[in-house]
Design a protein around this ligand. Structure first.
Ligand code: NDP
Length: 301
């Protein structure tokens, strides 16, 4: 029996694990893989106190801190969560069942897909969702990043270290990247932003050969990186009766409580507007604090 079970091993889950363990809660983190989404980020330059650190290094330092504080980590995919009549949560993975008094859902997001012909067929054959993972395969090649947000800007800047040319394909007539990243995009001679442009089809047989746009233009390229946002991974909590918003994100209050007593949520799967590593971490720390009170009083505090 655990006091606090955290589902998700990203920045949010690990931050909660460190705090909860220090508060004396017997804490388990269940994660599919180490580190979460930040491990696909080349450089994190907005974590307070650290000017620049790689995503994987930040995640691993948080994991070490959580484990040193006493949290247990298990790499198992959660299949199902139930609440029993005595208010204990039962979490089934493929091979085990764990019981906990309070839960944190920190399951993050998965990548949104464009849904155009060629995207699925050429995935891992030039179509990628992670510049850090695949960028080095595109040395001196032409690539495109799709999306007009901060992720698109950061992916393009990283890819320009490898590729000979990077297009950013933006459907609006502006980008909404952080000003510091937008400036770097603007000043980078290898990057060209194609505004008001949408992909019709990604063309290729064994690998990406070119992209056809809705306006009829075609550009030859070897890689297409999707950076068009994320979708909250919240299917697991639907059967628990946890309320979601219209985007499928978990509704939380300022104490990170959901509508189900004992169930907390933090990070990118929650219905917060500003999704940053540090805000996810802060929400998760708040969860640990209120979970501590919940476990000790069996009531929302
Ligand atoms: P966003 O949701 O901010 O941006 C997604 C972009 O993709 C938008 O420009 C959107 O266009 C575009 N888009 C969505 N669907 C389509 C489509 N079907 N076709 C074409 N374009 C499409 O996602 P990000 O991943 O950039 O950012 C998500 C969050 O993560 C943000 O809050 C961001 O600040 C944060 N972030 C934090 C980082 C950090 O902590 N260091 C790093 C990177 C991101 P449109 O503008 O038209 O809607």
């Amino acid at each position: 029996m655990y006091d606090f079970i955290i589902i998700g091993g990203g920045i949010s889950g690990l931050s909660a694990a460190m705090y909860a363990s220090r508060l004396g809660l017997k804490t388990l983190v269940l994660a599919e893989m180490p580190g979460g989404l930040i491990t696909t980020t080349h450089l994190v330059e907005n974590w307070p106190g650290i000017k620049s650190i790689s995503g994987p290094d930040l995640a691993m330092s948080l994991q070490e801190h959580a484990q040193a504080s006493g949290a247990e980590m298990k790499y198992e995919k959660v299949a199902n969560i139930e609440k029993s009549s005595n208010n204990i949560f039962k979490i089934k993975t493929g091979s085990n069942e764990y019981q906990g008094k309070a839960l944190l859902i920190a399951t993050g997001t998965h990548h949104r897909r464009l849904g155009v012909p060629g995207e699925k067929e050429l995935e891992n054959k030039g179509v990628s969702f992670c510049a850090l993972c695949d960028g080095a395969f595109f040395k001196e090649k032409v690539v495109a990043v799709v999306g007009g947000g901060d992720s698109a800007a950061k992916e393009a800047i990283f890819l320009s270290e490898h590729a000979s040319k990077v297009y950013i394909v933006v459907r609006k007539d502006f980008m909404r990247a952080e000003p510091i990243n937008a400036k770097q995009v603007e000043e980078n001679p290898k990057i060209e932003v194609l505004y008001e442009t949408e992909i019709e089809e990604i063309v290729g047989t064994d690998s990406v050969e070119k992209v056809r746009f809705k306006d009829g233009r075609e550009i030859e390229m070897q890689g297409v990186f999707m950076a068009i946002g994320h979708i909250a991974q919240t299917d697991l909590v639907k059967d628990l009766g946890v309320e979601l918003n219209e985007k499928g994100e978990i509704k939380i209050n300022r104490k990170t409580q959901t509508n189900v007593p004992g169930v907390f949520a933090a990070g990118d799967c929650a219905d917060t507007e500003f999704k940053q590593a540090i805000t996810g971490s802060g929400e998760a720390v708040t969860s640990a604090y209120y979970a501590y009170h919940f476990v000790n009083t069996n009531a929302n505090f």
